[in-house]
Design a protein around this ligand. Structure first.
Ligand SMILES: Nc1ncnc2c1ncn2[C@@H]1O[C@H](COP(=O)(O)OP(=O)(O)OP(=O)(O)O)[C@@H](O)[C@H]1O
Ligand SMILES: [Mg+2]
Length: 266
């Protein structure tokens, strides 16, 4: 069995018609029978047009939304069956990196406080000396000088802030990290630095990651495997390079053709 195994996962939302002419309850099948597996240390690229269900899929995997049906088995344990009291604790196993690092960091907290708080979520009774050591190490891991840890988020550049957000995600020692378009707001040169950092972390820490993006060039560079979602379902899945060279599904072909710089490069 794979490290993370998702079987026939369904997350449905219900929406009232909202008018007397449409009183019926509408069902939105945001995730509609998704099965996928992830090995430890693997980066899975998740692509698909806006509204296809990417965020709902990772939110369900992270137990932020309970699935309508299906199973999420992490390291041999079915999370969909956990009692509600357990779920909060298990959320620590999943951490996120977002598009806008500034929004995901607390402006009034120094980098040290942000990282210390995240470390304490996992280890509530950890000593001050141990926290200090771990914060230094996290800073180094993401390529920042530990000397900067008493600064505030606004004192950093966008790329540095994304490094801090990555350190924050790593601090509670998650089993899996999800990234929702984490480089699209950055300059191209900074984008590649962050992607290289993620590659390095994957190699060093065996980081297991679902990486969501609208930029197919980014997943091609970073992901081992790519999953293409459309209307809540997986329509194509394959090894990254093979999928780019030989897309089989019409929707994937359209997605690739919609990216001018890519169609020129392929
Ligand atoms: N909490 C919710 N309640 C009702 N409908 C929702 C909710 N969250 C998402 N949806 C609907 O589920 C579908 C999938 O949304 P989702 O946010 O997962 O798409 P996405 O692929 O992440 O899109 P984007 O690329 O724009 O971020 C959409 O139709 C959306 O309107
Ligand atoms: Mg989304």
């Amino acid at each position: 069995m794979a490290y993370l195994e998702i079987s026939d996962l369904k997350t449905y939302f219900t929406k009232n018609g909202g008018s007397v002419f449409a009183p019926a309850v509408e069902v939105i099948r945001a995730v509609d029978g998704v099965s996928l597996s992830l090995e430890k240390g693997e980066i899975l690229g998740l692509v698909g047009e806006s509204g296809c269900g990417k965020s709902t899929l990772y939110r369900t995997i992270m137990q932020l939304i309970r699935p309508t049906a299906g199973s999420i088995v992490l390291n041999g344990e079915n999370l969909a069956l956990l009692p509600p009291g357990e779920i909060r604790r298990r959320r620590l196993d999943f951490q996120m990196i977002f598009q806008d690092p500034y929004a995901s960091l607390t402006p009034r907290m120094t980098v040290f406080s942000t990282l210390a708080e995240a470390i304490k979520q996992r280890h509530p009774s950890i000593s001050k000396a141990e926290i200090a050591q771990r914060v230094d190490h996290l800073m180094e891991t993401v390529g920042l000088s530990p000397a900067l840890q008493r600064k505030y988020p606004h004192e950093f550049s966008g790329g540095q802030r994304q490094r801090i957000a990555i350190a924050r995600a790593l601090a509670p020692q998650p089993k899996q990290v999800n990234a929702d378009d984490p480089v699209s707001a950055l300059d191209v040169s900074i984008q590649s630095q962050i992607l290289n950092l993620l590659k390095k972390l994957r190699a060093e820490l065996q980081l297991t990651m679902i990486f969501i993006t609208h930029d197919l060039g980014v997943v091609r560079y970073l992901a081992d495997r790519i999953v293409v979602m459309h209307s809540g379902k997986i329509v194509e899945e394959g090894e990254a390079e093979a999928l780019f060279r030989n897309p089989r599904n019409d929707y994937t072909k359209k997605l690739l053709a919609a990216i001018p710089k890519l169609s020129a490069a392929v």
